[in-house]
Each structure stands twice: as C-alpha cells, then as structure tokens.
Design a protein around this ligand. Sequence first.
Ligand SMILES: [Fe+2]
Length: 393
Amino acid sequence: MVHMPGYYEFACPVKILSGNQALSNLPYEMGLLGATKALLVTDKGDVAAGLVGRVKAAFAGSAASIAAVFDETPVDSSDKVVARVARLYRDAGCDCLVAVGGGSCLDTAKGANVVLTEGTEDLLAFQGAERTTKPTKPFVAIPTTAGTGSEVTSAAVITNVDKGIKMAITSYRIYPHVAILDPKMTLSVPPRLTAATGMDAMTHAVEAFYCLQKNPVSDAFAVAAIRLVLDNLVRSVEDGANEQARLGMANAALLAGISFSNSMVGLVHSLAHAAGGVAHVPHGVANAIFLPWGVEYNIGKCADVIAELGPVMGVGAASASAEERARAVVGALRGLTGRLYEICGLPLALKDTGVKPEQLEAIARAAINDGTLAMNPAEVSYEDALAVLRKAF
Ligand SMILES: [Fe+2]
C-alpha cells in the first residue's frame, strides 16, 4: 500500500526552463517579471570557467542588461556578504537578481532579496520559518552544479559572522521566480565534484522518499529524481562533456530539491551537516558515505517504504520480504558509490576524508542536535548516531 498521509502540503512556485537554449531566454524571462537591469551574483570560479561570460552573451540584442556583477561569493555565505550584495544592487539601480553558481551563490541572492525587500540588514530577525513580510524582487536562479536543488527550495543558509552561527531562513517568498537549467552551465564541473554533488541529489531524493513529511506528490518527484540519477550520474562523471547526461543530472537535482523541500531529509543529512561542521567534510562526499548506512538504519522502522524503491532501482525480487527488498536497495546504493569510487575516487569511508577517530563523538553530538533528524523515520540517540559513524568510518 502506498503511504497516504492524513494531511499534507506541497509547494513549488518556480517556473522551470530546461534545455540547450534555456539560457538564451533569460532576458525574456526578466521582461516577464518586469525587470531590465540585473545584478549577477556569482563567484570567481564561475567567472574563470567562462560561465558568467555565457550569461552575458545571452543579453546580446535584448533590451535587458547586466547592471552589475558581484563575483566574491565565498563557499559559505554570510550576512556581511549578503549586505554587500544588497548595497551593490541599490547603488547600481538594479531591478532583478540573477544568481549564477552553486548553493552558496543562490543562497546569497535569497538572503540579499530579503534584505532588499524588508529594508534591514539584520537577517537574524528572519531566521526560522515564514518570518518575511513582503513580496521579494524578481529573482532568477541559474545553478552551475547539479546537487543542492537550491533553485527550487524556499530555504537559505547564511552564516551570522558576529554570532558565529548558521542562520536557516525559510519562506515561500524567497523561492526564485525562475530556474534555468542549461547543460552548458555544468559541463566544466570536474569528475569528483560531479559525483559528490550528484550523490547529494540522490540523498535528497532517497531521504525524501521515506522521511516523515513524505506525500504522494513528493514521492513522484523523488522517484523521477532517482531514475535520472541512475541514468545519468555515472555518465556525467565518466564523460563530463556529455550534454544529455549533464542535463539529466541538472533535472535530477531540481526534482530531488522539490521533493526534499516538501518531505524533508533525515539521518543522512544530520550526519553530513555534523561531519561538515566538525571536520569540514564536503556535503556531497559526506552524503555519499552515509547514505547506505542511513537507509540501512531505517530498515527496522520502514522497510516496506524503502522496499518500494527496489523496482525503481532495478533490484529485489517481488517474492522477497520487505526487509530483503529494502536491503537490496541499500546494496544498489553501495553499488553506485562503489562505481563512483572506481571512476573518480569518491571516498567510500569517513577515514578517507581526513576525519580522525577521536572526532566521531563530536560529530555524533552535533548530528543529534541537527534539525533534520526530526523528520527521520526511526528514532536516533547519541549512541545510535555514534554506531552508524563507526560503521561508516
Ligand atoms: Fe543536501
């Protein structure tokens, strides 16, 4: 029986443009939003890779233009950076934000949009859910990695420098108005980063499929995302110039983003956030390592739900028990990460990421205090988290 919640909500108000010519429609989409002067929010890497040049070229012959470029977005964005972006927007007389980059660039633009519309640089007041009060400025997101799904989510994570905390701001007002997926924008991502970000998308989809806010709509997006990852991730890593595979992964990340922003994520992400905070393990790498272990941990609670992914992943005999079919799903995930290890050296164990054994307890403590754990199907104690970490080590 497919799980049917007694009540659920689902939202994704983002217009999606996907394909080889998608980028060329940027000025037209700005026009539909009533905007003509864009502030590009990006980083040095995307400028060096020629991606900002591609965006500029899309404006040739159009009435719209790029009024200013902010290319100093750091890997982890902060309220100070957001304030600089908002000031540049005002000084250059912009009427639209265009974020070109990975999750940090997109989240920076989301934060700047809140600052611009609310008229205050104090983002702390908007931490939490639905604290914004006004409609935001026109905002177009152009992801240059296929993983976070930030182009279709209502959340931004921004560091508060003075307080030394990461602020999570969630609001239906901070969704981008338009997401543009163009394979040209992800062709230059190197193999291991392609694998890591792709496994972040896979983790969003798999966790979304069994987490506590799951519903029939988020399920549909999760299953479609998993199919696209299985079809395209290895091909994208093996042959980065393959535009079809890149477009497939861009769509997988987007679908997984829509799914998890409605269903939420669980234990795997809590461990990944903790490993990132304590030992600076990159988010996608941590997810790739923890995903099989996290799914396995949840088999005791929801084997039947996990088993539903068997046919999607082409594993598990129909005659087998739910637990056996769920274990086959774990096996398929191990098969995928094992293949990625062979092709590009994506780490399979925590010890291969520089984490020391004496750091496991701190990671376990941080994991059980991570907000994502609230939506994990099975209860997780400190000892449970530590046991999973030891296995993954
Ligand atoms: Fe993630």
